[in-house]
Design a protein around this ligand. Structure first.
Ligand SMILES: [Zn+2]
Ligand SMILES: [Zn+2]
Ligand SMILES: [Zn+2]
Ligand SMILES: [Zn+2]
Ligand SMILES: [Zn+2]
Length: 620
């Protein structure tokens, strides 16, 4: 290129630089031939057109008649020189300041920014320079076809965030290259950082377009692959027909040739399919072609935020172009927010980053430390308010130190073991040596369960002795044991009734014992037997009541209490005969007793006597 015309080089470089400085996309698609895309805010300068083809030397201009020939005195070069004169070739621009009523700002800010639990006092406001970096990227999506896209990204250099709202508004803002301000400038993020933020946002933005193009490619690929497949299928079919014919004629040489051709066809088919896929693979190329530093005067409002001992200054920014408050930046996670809180060490955070200890109210942010949760009730705890279970290491609040889940489990196991032990103990006492009817056994089992704490080894020993005394019908010994049991242990209807039945005589003490037995166990035939027995022994004229008790015995006695039942019939029969002279009914009762127990000797005797008496009477 050393023989290039020096003027052409100079003009080409000037025009390219100047156009790019205002954000124009300049692309040389051929030698000295460029296509340019002018940003919307400058198209008025170029007769409202945003797309031009430029030729930088005479030969190129002749070959591309549709292109603007850019040379000395040409229309397009004049326009560019004009633009350069107006703007200079700078990449620094300042948004022309607006006048603002500063007094109204605190009110507008208060309605937008929420401070959790802190008092926010306005101190003062002043104009300060804030900065943006506007990046212009060219994104080329290249596959079988090519598509270019210009994407602009505006990064707020003070917050480090992409600002889409400001990007929209910037198009209608007025700029100057000389701000003439002596305002101080707010701290800025580095350009490297801003570039990183911009490229990350860009990558996210182009995903949607990439997806769309990929879908389009997929559809196109299916069509092209079908065409290739159909083409080779047709060739293969023809070859196969020939193969059949040669096979009939047993032409070995011919068959080999066809086989070779089929193999080649397969290789060719696969090569074409692979080729078409490679040709359609999508690549995205990104070029940064312009970056402009934009400054803007904003109003910085100073606030003093206070809560208890915690206190600090906070700046809230008013953006005159947006006519709005800018979001605050969480110092912990970096998100933009209008809902902020201060931790107890004065860090400014979003509500996700600052939490409250439920016990002492200390505010902890994620950079100061973390709050724990009580494993039992889930409240948040700071390090000073948390307890650690010495048994399992779980975190607990002070209300739950003693009720850690591990301890609760231990206690439950203990309780269960105790229950099991008690149950074994009860079973041991329920196994007694007395021969008992079913209903009495049931009563005794319930008695043991209810009074297990009052029973001891003596109780068990006494029952063994009682059984042997009962076996040999030693009433005196049995009475002695029963009396002791009745005195020493909680009231037991069975003991009381048995005790009463060891006596031959009436006494008011025995009467009260038997009455007591009935009141404790009104469903036991044994209790009523004892009571009936005492009423009978008292021998007063209340036979009805006595008979009534024996009737209850008959009704309540179980199948294994035949002796109680037959005795009751017998006693009723005797009373009817001796005191009421109702011989027929007396006879029926004695017969009923014998019907149940034919070996009941006393009843036999009594029945014989009664029959003799009846015979005597009717003979008279
Ligand atoms: Zn945060
Ligand atoms: Zn605490
Ligand atoms: Zn903190
Ligand atoms: Zn708790
Ligand atoms: Zn524990």
């Amino acid at each position: 290129m050393s023989h290039e015309d020096a003027d052409v080089v100079k003009i080409r470089s000037f025009v390219t630089k100047c156009l790019e400085s205002v954000g124009t996309l300049v692309e040389f698609t051929a030698y000295n031939y460029a296509e340019v895309l002018i940003p919307d805010e400058f198209i008025n300068h170029f007769d409202g057109e945003n797309y031009y083809k430029l030729a930088f030397d005479f030969d190129v201009a002749r070959r591309h008649e549709e292109a603007e020939f850019v040379t000395y005195g040409s229309y397009f070069l004049d326009k560019v020189i004009d633009l350069a004169n107006q703007r200079g070739l700078t990449c620094k621009r300042h948004i022309i300041d607006e006048t603002i009523e500063l007094r109204n700002l605190p009110q507008k800010i208060a309605s937008k920014v929420t401070f959790r639990n802190q008092r926010m006092n306005f101190v003062a406001n002043s104009p300060v320079l804030y900065h943006y970096l506007l990046f212009s990227f060219k994104v080329s999506y290249v596959s079988d076809e090519r598509e270019d896209q210009i994407i602009k990204l505006l990064v707020n250099l003070n917050t480090g965030h992409v600002d889409n709202r400001m990007l929209e508004s910037i198009g209608s803002a007025f700029f100057t290259d000389n701000p003439h301000t002596n305002y101080g400038a707010e701290n800025m993020q580095s350009v490297d950082y801003a570039y990183k933020v911009a490229t990350e946002a860009l990558e996210e933005q182009i995903q949607h377009r990439i997806h769309e193009i990929q879908n389009k490619i997929k559809i196109r690929l299916i069509g092209e692959k079908n065409r290739i497949t159909e083409y080779y299928d047709q060739i293969d079919n023809e070859l196969k027909l020939k193969f059949e014919k040669l096979n009939e004629r047993e032409n070995k040489e011919g068959i080999n040739t066809i086989n070779d051709k089929l193999r080649l066809s397969m290789i060719e088919r696969q090569r074409r399919l692979k080729e078409i896929e490679e040709k359609n693979a999508l690549n995205a190329y990104i070029t940064l072609f312009n970056a402009t530093l934009i400054s803007q005067t904003k109003i910085r409002n100073k606030y003093n935020v206070k809560k208890g001992k915690t206190e600090r200054d906070i700046y809230v920014v008013w953006n005159p172009v947006l006519k709005d408050v800018e979001p605050l930046i969480c110092e912990i996670c970096g998100t933009e927010t209008f809902d902020v809180d201060l931790c107890s060490s004065s860090h400014l955070g979003c509500i996700e980053c600052v939490s409250l200890c439920s016990i002492c109210g200390t505010r902890i942010c994620k950079s100061c430390g973390t709050l724990s949760e009580c494993h039992v009730c889930g409240v948040f705890l700071c390090d000073r308010c948390k307890y650690v279970c010495e048994n399992c290491g779980d975190i607990l609040c002070k209300d739950h130190i003693e009720s850690c889940t591990c301890k609760a489990e231990k206690r439950r196991n203990q309780q269960e073991a105790e229950m099991r032990k008690k149950e074994e103990h009860i079973l041991e006492f329920q196994k007694n040596p007395l021969s008992l009817s079913k209903s009495v056994k049931q009563y005794m089992d319930k008695y043991v369960r209810k009074n297990i704490d009052s029973l001891d080894e003596d109780w068990k020993k006494a029952l063994v002795k009682l059984q042997s005394a009962l076996t040999v019908e030693d009433k005196i010994k049995a009475r002695e044991i029963l009396s002791e049991l009745d005195e020493k242990y909680p009231d037991n209807a069975c003991i009381k009734a048995r005790l009463v039945l060891t006596y031959e005589r009436f006494s008011s003490r025995l009467m009260s014992l038997s009455r007591h037995a009935v009141s404790i166990a009104p469903q036991l035939a044994l209790s009523h037997t004892a009571y009936g027995y005492m009423l009978q022994k008292r021998g007063e004229l209340n036979f009805d009541q006595t008979i009534d008790e024996y009737e209850k015995v008959i009704r309540l006695a179980g199948d294994d209490e035949i002796n109680l039942k037959t005795n009751a019939h017998y006693q009723i029969g005797k009373m009817l005969q001796d005191y009421m002279n109702d011989w027929w009914e007396a006879r029926r009762r004695l017969e009923m007793a014998l019907e149940i127990d034919p070996n009941f000797q006393l009843a036999h005797q009594a029945l014989n006597n009664l029959k003799a008496l009846m015979r005597g009477r009717y003979r008279l």
